[in-house]
Ligand binder design. Structure first.
Ligand code: ATP
Ligand code: MG
Length: 111
């Protein structure tokens, strides 16, 4: 099985914080696997998810060390929008992502 996600010695510190949200993470995920990441509030689950779909560092300012490789490419090497076709995030409150009152309208909005 090939590795679809390969994270090596990865640390991320949001620009306005003193200590890193993620510190020296090493993780590899194989194609076809179903992985759950658990931890207490503030332990960095969302930060890790954002790091794997390019929201971090794309949309957040901070300091990064180490590497995050998704589908064989470092996240920084993807063009804008390219990685988001391969990896997506559902936010903690999915309802806040809806724009419309019906499924039809919601699907139409995306198109
Ligand atoms: N935009 C941000 N700017 C600065 N610090 C942040 C930001 N987002 C998260 N953090 C900090 O990073 C750390 C990890 O937060 P994160 O939201 O990734 O944790 P989490 O495990 O997803 O928490 P929860 O279970 O509450 O969803 C926390 O200390 C949090 O305060
Ligand atoms: Mg979270």
């Amino acid at each position: 099985m090939s590795k679809v996600i390969e994270i090596n010695d990865y640390s991320w510190k949001y620009i306005n914080t003193k200590s890193p949200a993620l510190k020296k993470i090493n993780l590899s995920i194989e194609e076809g696997s179903f992985v759950g990441i658990i931890g207490p509030n503030g332990s960095g689950k969302t930060t890790l998810a954002y790091s794997m779909d390019g929201l971090i560092p794309g949309q957040y300012n901070g300091i990064k060390h180490g590497t995050v490789n998704v589908f064989g490419k470092e996240v920084e090497d993807y063009k804008t929008g390219e990685l988001q076709r391969l990896a997506g995030v559902v936010f903690s409150d999915p309802e806040s992502q809806f724009t419309a009152m019906t499924v039809e309208d919601e699907l139409g909005f995306g198109m």
